[in-house]
Design a protein around this ligand. Sequence first.
Ligand SMILES: [Zn+2]
Length: 198
Amino acid sequence: MRHIESIERLIKAFAGLPGIGEKTAARLAVFILNAKKEYAEELAGAIAGVKEAVRLCRVCAGFSNSDVCPLCADGSRDASTVCVVGDYRDMVAIEASGSYRGAYHILHGLIVPLRGRGPEEIKIKELVERAKTNGIREVILGMPFNAEGETTALYIKKVLEPFGIRLTRIATGVPAGSLIEYMDPRTLGRALEGRKEA
Ligand SMILES: [Zn+2]
């Protein structure tokens, strides 16, 4: 059966979201059709609004509503230590551990050669630029311990080597294959404190 065009459009849009298959997309579309008009408007407005208001911080590439995010603008943080993470949610998880007072760099992805995602698709060039100019003394590789994380960590190690920056990797208590964002704050805090030379 074919849906009428506007419903088809909505289903397609939902199906583009991560983890949403065709059936779930159709279920969500029907939910919207049955929902109050105000809810549909609020949802559409929230999506448009976030794209309008949020940009990437000039320093760390994290999400921000100003040129430099509040974290990078916070003078009480140690800007000479930079924890590099693949995803914004990893940064949020590390912040939640409360045991880190340095800066971040958000890559917005990891290197996945099999899916055609090379180093130029993520914010590595920006990290190198930062290493050139910003007086970084230590870079903590906060990648997960899976194939993508290892590949990305190795690549960053290679490109940062010429700068003589101390390179460390969070280690203790991080189970193999684990994703940073799902780690409990205490384990993550200990993993950061127990970081080892990369
Ligand atoms: Zn920032």
